[in-house]
Ligand binder design. Structure first.
Ligand SMILES: *[C@@H]1O[C@H](CO)[C@@H](O)[C@H](O)[C@H]1NC(C)=O
Ligand SMILES: *[C@@H]1O[C@H](CO)[C@@H](O)[C@H](O)[C@H]1NC(C)=O
Ligand SMILES: *[C@@H]1O[C@H](CO)[C@@H](O)[C@H](O)[C@H]1NC(C)=O
Ligand SMILES: *[C@@H]1O[C@H](CO)[C@@H](O)[C@H](O)[C@H]1NC(C)=O
Length: 213
């Protein structure tokens, strides 16, 4: 009996970007991806539940809203506006995307261009996005995001998502960074900011006036 053990060699760069040996080719048959995506069904809001560390995302409470433009029944382009909260500050990362052949989408962020595939999605519950960029001759930077239509997955969605993750060799054994969606993760601005409604303020002042008079 021989036991084959595969060691994945992950290199984490200074910015938390995961780098693995290999050539980035999203059209390769070795990459499990949806090759014919129904873009229209990607519309609307998605919660980012988890990601592998990357240079683009920094915060929690991450949501992406997709706007899909269809012209003459053909996908023309999309916008993916991502809002996240880092250090109690909301940060927007807005991308536009267009379709390349074989289910690859070219995302243009202000700071980076990323080619991305949908490894799996049921459109209404969960989605797994995978992306890579050639870092140098021998290594690629990899990206992956677990998205969902709500902040919690059903057992079935969770099983399908995990199966999708297992189907991508680059994602075997990577550490996922869970994205918080609790109140404390989503809070922005000063924690002690007290908003008093004008009506309440008027009532308080009136009360003081009555008591003084
Ligand atoms: C978080 O925000 C506070 C107040 O705005 C600031 O003083 C601090 O440097 C920020 N921390 C980081 C890590 O950006
Ligand atoms: C990103 O998009 C949102 C709405 O989708 C908008 O409110 C925000 O101003 C945009 N931010 C930038 C930096 O373009
Ligand atoms: C390519 O990048 C990897 C990871 O950052 C590094 O370990 C390797 O030495 C680099 N190779 C070359 C030829 O620069
Ligand atoms: C991701 O990066 C953050 C901050 O750079 C670090 O604290 C965290 O441990 C990293 N998580 C994983 C799963 O690599």
């Amino acid at each position: 009996m021989y036991a084959f053990v595969v060691f994945a060699i992950f290199v984490v760069t200074a910015h938390g970007q995961i780098t693995v040996p290999g050539v980035c080719d999203l059209t390769s048959s070795g990459i499990n991806a949806i090759r014919i995506v129904n873009e229209e069904l990607l519309s609307g809001a998605w919660y980012q539940l988890s990601r592998i560390n990357n240079t683009l995302d920094t915060g929690d409470c991450v949501t992406t809203t997709n706007t899909i433009i269809i012209t003459n029944n053909v996908f023309a382009r999309g916008a993916a506006d991502t809002r996240q909260v880092f250090n109690k500050t909301a940060i927007w990362k807005n991308a536009t995307f267009t379709a390349l052949p074989n289910g690859v989408y070219s995302y243009q962020y202000p700071e980076i261009a990323l080619n991305t595939v949908y490894v799996a999605t049921d459109y209404s519950g969960y989605a797994l996005l995978y992306s890579c960029i050639q870092a140098n001759m021998t290594h690629k930077n990899v990206y992956a995001w677990q998205l969902a239509r709500s902040t919690q997955l059903t057992e079935t969605q969770s099983r399908l998502l995990n199966a999708a993750i297992s189907s991508v060799p680059d994602l075997n054994g990577v550490a996922w960074r869970t994205v918080g969606h609790q109140k404390e993760n989503c809070q922005t601005g000063g924690a002690s900011t007290l908003l008093v409604s004008p009506v309440l303020l008027a009532a308080l002042l009136w009360n003081m006036f009555i008591n003084i008079a």
